[in-house]
Design a protein around this ligand. Sequence first.
Ligand code: SAM
Length: 450
Amino acid sequence: SEISSFLLPGDRSKAGQLAIVSLARDDFAAINLDNSTGAVDGYAEGAVLNTRFGSFPHSTLLNVPWGSQVRASTVDTGSRGRKRRLDATDDDTPAASQDEIEKSDKQAPAKKAVVASSGFVYLLRPSPELWTSSLPHRTQVVYTPDYSYVLQRIQARPGTRIIEAGAGSGSFTHASVRAVWNGNPVSDEDVKGKVFSFEYDEIRYHKMKEEIKEHSLNSMVHITHRDVYRDGFNVDGKSPKATAIFLDLPAPWKALHHLSRQRVTADEQSGSDDGREWVSPLDPNQSVHICTFSPCIEQVSRTVTELRKLGWINVSMVEISNKKFNVSRERVGIDLPNDRGNTQSPADVTEAIAKLQKVSKRSQEFHKLQAQQNAKNGVSSEMEIDTPETTSKNPSPPRELEKQWLSGKLVTRPEADLKTHTSYLVFAVLPREWSEEQEAAALAKWPCGE
Ligand code: SAM
């Protein structure tokens, strides 16, 4: 089956793939690239992405290297302009009423005016981080700083079988799928790694199922519509044999009795008994790592008590206090194209280059002197030195600009405040099962102390 673009995105965008469009630094939109040639949604040229930076027919977003800057197309203001004004949902301009539009269309009769937009977007390959920033929120979601820490603490790695509940908006699901995929497109499902996801809310369950299919993650994610407090974590009566668990539920302690090695009856609810033999959803041959995610300390308390009662060890709690550091390079007396692509006027650039040449000459003299000194002291000089002769033979102002830019100091600016509290993370480990027979077999194989 097709490998998800979250796992193997390829070098270029393709039709049918999810792509993330970066509109501004923290403003992303997820789109499914569509190569239909017929009219789509009233647009003659097929599907179109309308943004406040202009219109982008999908045809201009296809087969481009990921990370490319794509310019807005020049669009006429015919039916498409009309449509944009009508729904104007992702535009800064307020939506006009149907009457206003008809009136203005009469006043300015069907001229095929062409609007050149100087806007652009970046087309980015899908990743769990970008999906988290652009996904449709149906619930609170787990963000990147939390899930990256959680995934390493619960030892989610290639081949791991992980249980997750509730699925919610699927933010954690996408991150965990990438963590457990073993990178081999053809490997057996049992060793590829798998996410067993559970969701109680029917609408969210169906939405998640649809998204997982659209993102070609079906073979990696098995989602079940279920109340896990009541019915636990087995799938079709079979154990997922999980070694990693993440519970983002309002009352995680109510689900813990299902995550044991032996059958346990819950204090508050009795697990449903369908007459079948009880099977643990955990891998009997490995330790299991769990994380529960709860916003209140009272929830933490109840979870910890239940974990201890059920034999979990190494119980600990962590809160992630995330702070962003903006890293940039200090300007050094020149102006380069800024991050929106605007450049200086030609006169300014000439002046900047002249300045640079002066700086560069001083630097060459310094290095030359140093090389001479090194030679005198018998030290070899690894650095290749641009002499005035070589630079005059090959004057390269753009490279000089780059060098000058690189000579600017890297500076970091931390955000003033910590992000507000998200949740407390409770971690614990359930050691592997170890029976008397296993102990006897181990002793027979590796006798010790006799
Ligand atoms: N971790 C998710 C994410 O990153 O997008 C968000 C999970 S959301 C905060 C909690 C979800 O748990 C909700 O969608 C809710 O419907 C689901 N839920 C609550 N009780 C449940 C239960 N007993 N069984 C299964 N799911 C449950």
